[in-house]
Write a protein that binds this ligand. Structure first.
Ligand SMILES: Cc1cc2nc3c(=O)[nH]c(=O)nc-3n(C[C@H](O)[C@H](O)[C@H](O)COP(=O)(O)OP(=O)(O)OC[C@H]3O[C@@H](n4cnc5c(N)ncnc54)[C@H](O)[C@@H]3O)c2cc1C
Length: 381
């Protein structure tokens, strides 16, 4: 079956040929080292920046690739397929953090931060989650109090992607009353911020090359010009407005991961023999793969529809939540079934399916747990 995403174009296709070659030759061979170091090397960020693959849908004025979300989608898919070790970190950096600054920052703030993020000189992170506030963001306790001409931040964040590498962190902090209306987004430049401290790089069961950290703010001083959106109390609304794009980015990575899991398993099942024949010739194996290929295709078509809607400015939170929930559930199921078809070899780390299986698991939790996605969808019924 030949299927082409409606958002693809000849220019994007030419970029992708070159980009995929670069990912395979220059970055993929380094992934094992990143897994051991528990983080991606800064040179790899700079190399991505050099390729024009960071901030692809940010205007050129701010150092970006000047594309639509189609450019972003192509980069996410290719990284998730060829160097999945970078997928979460780059998605947070380009598809999430940069867009908070682009959408809510002043011209001066955009000029200050976006070109550095586009070149890979700065790595971005977003810090919402706290030990006592994950799904329930309104419970955020990290406070930002105006003292003289500064904000003074106190609190703790956890599970922050790029937390160890980050030069710039968008912090969700309480500047006012309890609940949603008291939240604001403050940009912390980690190098310059007195009272900011990183905790250890957390030990995870998967995503070993993606650094995930606790962050501490102890009377941390942040200049008032680092508030996003010009006035306090806009944080929750800003977070909600960005959700469709964030969730779509996750769904895109899920589809790419599903397709990769099926591809490696088809190859394996064609060459592994049992009872004198390749295991793909057992009807169960072939049917499982046929079912998964069908689901991956349905997922791709739906996600492509969402990409087109986002480009048209029409993607709503409910539809994006459907994409995030369904695609990540299917990714995890696919990885599990594909591992099964590898037999004992699937449980060995040297087989890519083993990593795909473990890495798939988090997709159902972060970016809003899938139960929260269903709460949002259910509310719209
Ligand atoms: C590897 C990794 C990277 C991450 N990166 C980031 C990051 O960059 N920035 C950031 O801010 N956060 C990040 N997170 C945090 C992530 O977004 C949260 O873990 C997630 O939102 C869930 O919050 P929680 O862990 O506090 O779980 P809880 O909120 O404690 O929820 C636990 C479970 O309870 C259930 N549940 C909760 N509320 C409801 C409800 N209303 N209805 C039904 N069921 C419910 C769900 O099953 C849920 O999974 C990351 C987490 C991980 C593990």
């Amino acid at each position: 079956m030949t299927y082409q995403s409606a958002w693809m174009s000849p220019e994007l296709s030419a970029f992708r040929d070159q980009f995929r070659r670069f990912l395979k030759a220059d970055l993929a061979p380094q992934a094992e080292g990143w897994r051991r170091a528990k983080m991606v090397d800064r040179d790899a960020w700079r190399a991505l920046g050099g390729m024009g693959a960071l901030l692809p849908s940010v205007p050129e004025t701010y150092g970006g690739g000047d594309g639509t979300f189609a450019f972003e989608a192509a980069v996410i898919e290719d990284i998730a397929t060829i160097v999945p070790e970078m997928a979460t970190g780059v998605s947070v950096h380009s598809a999430i953090v940069a867009h908070y600054i682009l959408n809510y920052g002043s011209h001066e703030q955009k000029l200050r931060w976006l070109p550095k993020m586009a070149s890979g000189e700065f790595v971005g992170a977003v810090a919402m989650t706290e030990p006592g506030a994950g799904s329930d963001l309104q419970a955020v306790r990290t406070s930002a109090k105006k003292v003289g001409n500064s904000y003074v931040l106190n609190g703790q964040k956890t599970f922050i992607t790029n937390g160890i590498a980050a030069d710039l962190v968008i912090v969700v902090a309480r500047t006012g009353e309890p609940g949603a209306k008291g939240l604001s987004l403050l940009v912390v430049e980690t190098e310059e911020c007195e009272g900011f401290r990183r905790g250890r790089s957390l030990d995870k069961i998967g995503l070993h090359a993606s650094d995930t950290a606790e962050l501490f703010f102890e009377d941390a001083i942040v200049p008032p010009e680092n508030l996003l959106g010009g006035e306090e109390g806009q944080g929750f609304v800003q977070l909600m407005q960005q959700l469709p794009q964030e969730r779509l980015a996750l769904a895109l990575a899920s589809v790419a991961a599903m397709e990769s899991a099926i591809a490696v398993t088809v190859d394996y099942a064609k060459q592994r023999k049992a009872f004198g024949k390749p295991i793909i010739e057992f009807q169960n194996s072939a049917f499982k793969l046929a079912e998964r290929k069908t689901e991956a295709t349905i997922a791709r078509v739906f996600v492509d529809h969402c990409v087109m809607q986002l480009i048209a400015g029409e993607l709503d939170t409910v539809t994006a939540s459907m994409a995030k929930y369904w695609c990540s559930d299917k990714q995890a199921e696919t990885a599990d079934e594909c591992l099964q078809l590898h037999g004992g070899y699937g449980y060995m780390e040297e087989y890519p399916i083993a990593r795909m299986f473990v890495d798939a698991r988090i997709q159902k939790i972060y970016g809003g747990a899938n139960e929260i996605m269903k709460v949002i969808i259910a509310r719209s019924l």
